[in-house]
Design a protein around this ligand. Sequence first.
Ligand code: ADP
Ligand code: MG
Length: 701
Amino acid sequence: MNNFLDTDISYLTGVGPKKADILKKEADIRTFGDLMYYFPFRYIDKTKFYKISELSADMSNIQITGKITAINITGQGRGQRLNAIFTDGSGIMDLVWFKGVNWIRKTLLPNKQYIIFGKPTFFNGKYSIAHPEIDELTPNTGKEKFIFHGAYYTTEKMKNSFLTSKGIQNLQMNLLRNVASKIEETLPTNIINNNNNIGLRDALINIHFPISQEMLQKASFRLKFEELFLIQMSLIRRKLLRQSKSEGHIFSKVGNNFNNFYKDNLPFDLTGAQKRVLKEIRKNTVTGKQMNRLLQGDVGSGKTLVALMTMLLGIDNDCQAAIMAPTEILATQHYKTICEMLNGMPVTVELLTGSTRKKKRETLHTGLRDGSIQILIGTHALIEDTVQFNNLGIVVIDEQHRFGVIQRAKLWNKNVLRPHVLVMTATPIPRTLSMTLYGDLDVSIIDELPPGRKPIETKHYTDAKRRVVFGFMKEQIDKGRQIYVVYPLIKESEKLDIKDLEDGYESITRAFPLPEYKVSIVHGKMKAKDKEYEMQRFAKGETNIMVATTVIEVGVNVPNASVMVIESTERFGLSQLHQLRGRVGRGAEQSFCILMSSYKLSKESKKRIETMVRTNDGFDIAEVDLKLRGPGDMDGTAQSGVGFDLKIANLAKDTQILQIARDNAIKILDDDPMLDKPENRILKQRVTREENKKINYREIS
Ligand code: ADP
Ligand code: MG
């Protein structure tokens, strides 16, 4: 089907070996199909012209007609710059070139009518456009056959080989002239009709050369729909396949461990959301099918408890349970919390981390093999090959976004019956993204915080206000509170980061001197033992301030710490900031989060800080994050190796289309799971082709 799309790009008229090479290297365009699916990133209305007097600084690319009245070259060599004064009668503006100055100088003629195209900026009381596209005005200007012209991404190297946006457009025209008549439909007729879709051929023609706004919209809908629909088809197929294949442990009883814990050890009532999620897990683990469930819940929503009760359920059914945390600090903390919560109950809990001694390790291995250890808590160490369980029934993976998928897979591949898997993430994921990233998992959401939490107050200060902040910190310490001060840690410049941290530590110890104040410091370069020691001092209330890098980001629980000061806030991502803030607000006291930043901030940094000040809702924050960063950079995406190479759909914007696509996929697969019906044959071909193309990007089962 549409096999001509695999033809090498060098066979296209207008593409010689040199251009073919550049297309491959710069834009990953290797075949006819790659080119055809290289869509414009926006469209320019070629019938619309602006006057200079109408310009405003927030405009994107626009067209103006006018003439050049003066040309001026300044600077030497690489510093050369060409300035042309451009006027249309309504005003004057500058056109500026920094490159190819001599060439431009020769081509620009005074008093000739030009159309210029580009993005205006406002500086020193005047508008200018840098490196505008420039064309002569002809009698046909404004009467183009195609009102909307696609603009294609190009790189410097592409432009140098005449593969400008216009150059690409010419190639698209050549290609469509050649092959449009051969394009065959790739979706079943009923799917097209039910969703008011246009055919593939019309869609591909109109996405490059729209004949009207309406057709452009239809083309874009059709192509986005198809893209998302295919992903959903393959995710849901994967889920069905897994469900039909993977036998799971049956947790049929709710036994003594679960019940006694609930009756005697639980110091508070479960929230409604915790109860609901436990029910979902219960239902899922009695079916005899292996559970793969994602548990989403904001920081502090009580996921650990749900995890623990799920593990108790497993133990009641003669299984072992394991919980895996991303850092040693967090594993240790889980170990302590869980031991405390299980106080007095006959459950054996052990801890296994990178720093567990060899001797202890050997005892652990034995206990795991003979089944006497019921709950194992640990870091990556617990998926090493030497670790063998007797009957591992449930694995909880905490703070999922820190784990690679391969590590996950290892854990459950070595058992005959795969354990149930509960993946917990404290980074709320917007719905669209979780439908795509986790479309093959079951999802539970804890959308309710335990009662009595006071919302954290968040404030933003610039570095100039440091004295005010120090004053506030002193007040809080006087009231008996403890404080985190966190510095960013970015791998590429680790040295610099440590220096930031050390400088910060010094200035803090100067402002908060001994013996009145005690300050702890924890960072990634410290030995685990020393880290642990400092963490403990802080946790026990022996120090007032904890200066740290983001090692404390995840999971640490010190209820008396009620102030989180974040330094260089602009260097943190939104989800990280939200995680950090979640370290406070765990006790009865009013908590505060103070975001320090420099005075000059980028637009995005501003938006991030504003969002943090505005809301405590992790899902709200995740939506903003997705919009700011795009799905490619979201936490979890990169690490999980989900390389959805979306050509046209946008997970931040196309929520509705995604939902429609998913509903369609579910409906079809409900009715015809193997896609064996004649009307679905076309789909089966398509889906298997896609699935074969993608390497096993996310082998979860
Ligand atoms: P998460 O892992 O979701 O960030 P935790 O499981 O660490 O959150 O829980 C945060 C705090 O809330 C813990 O101190 C825990 O004991 C407490 N907690 C959990 N569930 C409840 C509940 N239903 N009522 C009151 N407190 C709760
Ligand atoms: Mg947690």
